[in-house]
Design a protein around this ligand. Sequence first.
Ligand SMILES: NC(=O)c1ccc[n+]([C@@H]2O[C@H](COP(=O)([O-])OP(=O)(O)OC[C@H]3O[C@@H](n4cnc5c(N)ncnc54)[C@H](OP(=O)(O)O)[C@@H]3O)[C@@H](O)[C@H]2O)c1
Length: 241
Amino acid sequence: MATGALQGMNVVVIGGTSGIGLATALGASQLGANVWAAGRSAAHIEKAVAAGAGRIKVVSVDTHDEAALKALFAEVGVIDHLVSAATGGSRTLKPFLEQTEDQFKDAFGKLWGYAKVVRTGAPFMAKTGSITLVSGAPARKIKANSSALSCVGASVETLVRCLASEMAPIRVNVVSPGIIDTALFDWMGDARAERVAAMVKGQLVERVGRPEEVAGALLYLMQNGYATGTTVDVDGGQLLR
Ligand SMILES: NC(=O)c1ccc[n+]([C@@H]2O[C@H](COP(=O)([O-])OP(=O)(O)OC[C@H]3O[C@@H](n4cnc5c(N)ncnc54)[C@H](OP(=O)(O)O)[C@@H]3O)[C@@H](O)[C@H]2O)c1
């Protein structure tokens, strides 16, 4: 990708203070964009400010807070490329019959957050612009204990195809990561390396992915004016496992 490919463009990354979103924000900045990266927690915001070293604007916004989203988008003015990589909901990992209804519903916080980002951001989008959301391999790779993740991911991917059709000429796409080395797995503590290694065992590319590798797909979708309604998998071949 040529330096300057996003020169002067306004790029907003919701969920841009950690992991895949932060790598995307930094990558867009490297390509010349004016970048806003948003998240909730002070800890992630501080890390993103340090990583951005003044090159990206880091702001506190929750995907579920319409007023805060609107204020951010109004500050940006015209948005060329809008990304939501926010987790936005709980990651319920249990057999379906062992989940409470609330646990199953809470996982959909990601979808409701994305819906709010799109609904609130749409009036600010450049007609030549793009929206990219992030799903996840469980959307199409069914495994035990992952029904909530699978249903949410599949909903995100279906929403993207609907939006691409309804919002054209604005392009709408989705990136589906596999197992990526981000803060998402911090809760595993000391067992993290072992558990993550077990998760990628047998993949065609048998290692955990890097946030920058997923960011590459998000940056590609911003730049390719002929790509819309599509899903880009960056999952080490997990779907063929
Ligand atoms: N890592 C993987 O293996 C993997 C696999 C499949 C799919 N994904 C998906 O990839 C996306 C990015 O995840 P990641 O791995 O990069 O995780 P991450 O490092 O934890 O980053 C998630 C980002 O989203 C922000 N966020 C979470 N909830 C938010 C909300 N309600 N409003 C605004 N910001 C919010 C987080 O900041 P705060 O928490 O401070 O708000 C953080 O900036 C997620 O949608 C995740 O489901 C990841």
